[in-house]
Design a protein around this ligand. Structure first.
Ligand SMILES: Cc1ncc(COP(=O)(O)O)c(C=O)c1O
Length: 393
């Protein structure tokens, strides 16, 4: 286990924002047996929604409910988290890797067109909160079933419609932007809800005590993602776990009904979440402005889309430069993430990838995620921008 110098002022790369008041709200609601009020969520996503214990399990359930033959082929962007591929394998299907559009980091309709004849279903990922070009993709898909992965894209919009309502079905993760602990939501837009319901009914419920334990664990994890605890020890713990991420992902594929505490927390947080997304957008615009004179390729919202800016990726010319900046920023108390940098290698080793997604491979080597989240102060943002400018000059 490597040892990293404790730094209490280290700004964490991601925002895990599960507050004590969220935890007590969830636990109280469970203890009192309060009925979950789904009306607000249904007013946004429609009547046919379901919940599971994670985003990955929601995808697994969706795929299973399609009743495809064993080994049927699922088109999925390579530039992604490997748990998406785990869900495909777990459902008895085969991932077929599609490249991404180098400007938007989402599924490339041209590469899809070349591979479409081989596919039985398509997963579109709205990576980092940027909606994929759904019109072009649907055109190419020509009726093939499309699942939107909205793990990153809560409240992002494409041509005026929120993501999750653009494909045949979609799923969300509660563990990410909205920080509601663990959990996932399935949205069905185009039939098939009965089969999903059957699958969900057959899932095991969590024991009451496990629900409490897991919710408490989620809260502690959130505390560890804040200063000073993050730099004092969570960072070095995380770095050691990261090197074993392939094994970890397989271990964490636990399938169950949703933890009811997480559901109560999600239902409460979603009511005010649009305001937080707006705040995060403002932070992102500030960073874009502050970094505009660097040589970095910065995020720029595409026409007719509304990005939730879940993550703020900046792109470098090459891997050496990206890695140098990542290391230097860490020394300046700014933690950043080389997200998906191991995905192509893991995909070759464990998921049958054999090449053909050059943009995804390039991005894995050249993208760095910079903190932009709504809970950062203006001073934090200026510190981040100043540090990036300094190491990039
Ligand atoms: C793009 C994407 N899809 C799906 C998931 C799975 O979400 P969860 O962690 O809730 O299982 C993740 C998370 O790692 C992700 O990044």
């Amino acid at each position: 286990m490597s040892c990293i110098k404790p730094t209490p002022g280290l700004i964490p790369r991601f925002n895990l924002d599960l507050k004590f008041s969220d935890l007590t709200h969830g636990v109280n609601s469970l203890v009192k047996g309060i009925k979950s009020d789904l009306s607000f969520v249904k007013s946004i996503f429609g009547e046919t929604i379901f919940f599971t214990n994670s985003g990955r399990v929601s995808l697994y359930i969706l795929l299973k409910s399609l009743r495809l033959p064993k080994g049927a082929k699922v088109g999925v962007p390579l530039y992604s988290c490997t748990v998406v591929f785990d869900a495909i394998l777990k459902a008895g299907l085969k991932p077929c890797f599609i490249d991404i559009d180098i400007d938007n980091y989402t599924l490339d309709p041209k590469d899809l067109e070349e591979k479409i004849s081989d596919l039985d279903v398509i997963i579109v990922i709205h990576t980092f909160g940027r909606p994929a070009d759904m019109d072009l993709i649907k055109n190419v898909a020509d009726g093939l079933y499309i699942i939107e992965d909205c793990a990153h894209s809560l409240f992002s919009k494409y041509k005026g419609e929120i993501t999750g309502k653009l494909g045949d079905a979609s799923f969300f993760s509660f563990a990410k932007y909205i920080s509601a602990g663990e959990g996932g939501m399935i949205v069905i837009n185009n039939g098939g809800g009965e089969e999903v319901e059957k699958e969900i009914t057959s899932l095991k419920s969590k024991f009451y005590l496990n629900e409490l334990k897991d919710a408490l664990f989620g809260y502690i994890k959130s505390c560890l993602y804040h200063r000073p605890w993050f730099g004092l020890f969570a960072y070095s713990l995380g770095s050691n776990l990261e090197s074993r991420v392939d094994i970890m992902n397989k271990r964490t594929f636990k399938i169950s009904k949703i933890n009811r505490i997480s559901l109560y927390i999600f239902l409460r947080k979603i009511k005010i979440f649009k305001e937080l997304v707006e705040r995060q957008r403002m932070n992102s615009f500030l960073l874009t402005q502050e970094l505009k004179d660097t040589h970095l390729i910065l995020p720029h919202e595409k026409e007719e889309t509304y990005w939730n800016y879940y993550l703020f990726p900046v792109r470098f010319d090459n891997k050496n430069e990206r890695d140098r900046v990542w290391k230097s920023l860490r020394k300046m108390n700014v933690d950043t993430a080389r997200l998906y940098s191991m995905t192509p290698a893991f995909a070759r080793k464990f998921y049958g990838y054999s090449g053909g997604c050059q943009n995804s491979e390039n991005l894995s080597d050249t993208v760095l995620i910079i903190p932009n989240y709504y809970s950062l102060s203006k001073d934090d943002l200026m510190t981040i921008a100043k540090s990036v400018r300094k190491v990039c000059s």
